[in-house]
Design a protein around this ligand. Structure first.
Ligand code: ZN
Length: 246
């Protein structure tokens, strides 16, 4: 059983299309999405329709919830708040309806799925070893997948492991993890707004038979995504950051 893990699409249609093409070429059995389908980018309806059609399970993220008006966004940056407002005004009722039906936590084939983290699935950015320790303590499943930080990374604690024995790192294209033993928390990185300095779209191939996790990157038409953002009247920095992957 092989699954493609996608997260943080953020209404970036060229990035999602290129990622799905790469996923199709890799011939996976399922596609799982960890949330934040919308927010930041200019194509919320097309991206939501594609995710709805192609993904076997999909979580909701904080940006999706912001568009639905169901969380407080006072901690959002001004550009993120403007994008949430724009999306609320421009997304179709079908898009909003689909987002309303999603949860920030799920499980699939025994794998824990969380938009942000096991202890706070909507807001927490798991970037440090301390946070990963707490996250692994809160996680029932041996393997957990998270999105939200837009940084591809992994944390693991081999068993019998104690808090403090967790290790992990940010990672890059081509890394293959052997997840045969121990507890794991893995972030595939972001499809639609990478923030690790590599502007290419990110996804993860999870092989539950071989017990491996393989980090992938895909080139996409960044200029097309930027033009769509500018054309929609969204804040220009949201396009500029796509070009540098920050
Ligand atoms: Zn996000």
């Amino acid at each position: 059983m092989r699954a493609a893990i996608l997260s943080d699409v953020h209404a970036n249609l060229p990035a999602l299309e290129a990622t799905l093409a790469a996923v199709d070429e890799a011939k996976v059995d399922e596609i799982w999405c960890l949330g934040d389908i919308v927010g930041y980018g200019a194509d919320p309806d097309a991206c939501t329709a594609l995710v709805r059609e192609r993904c076997d399970i999909c979580l909701v993220g904080n940006h999706d919830l912001a568009v639905l008006g169901s969380i407080d966004i006072s901690s959002f940056s001004s550009t993120a708040a403007v994008a949430a407002e724009w999306t609320r005004e421009n997304a179709s009722e079908a898009t909003l309806e689909f987002l309303r039906g999603l949860k920030p936590v799920g499980t699939r084939l025994g794998v824990g799925l969380f938009h942000a983290s096991p202890r706070d699935p909507i807001w927490e950015y798991v970037l440090s070893l301390d946070q990963a320790d707490d996250a692994l303590d809160a996680q029932k499943e041996r393997l957990g997948l998270i999105g939200h930080s837009h940084v591809p990374l992994f944390f693991t604690r081999q068993e019998p492991g104690l808090p403090g024995e967790t290790h992990g790192d940010q990672t890059s294209e081509g890394t293959v993890l052997d997840i045969n033993t121990g507890r794991w928390l893995i972030n595939p990185g972001s499809v639609g707004q990478p923030r690790d300095g590599d502007p290419r779209a990110a996804w993860l191939a999870l092989d539950l038979g071989e017990r491996t996790a393989h980090f992938h990157r895909v080139e996409y038409e960044i200029d097309r995504a930027v033009a769509a953002i500018v054309g929609a009247g969204l804040p220009v920095p949201l396009g500029e950051r796509l070009q540098v992957g920050r």
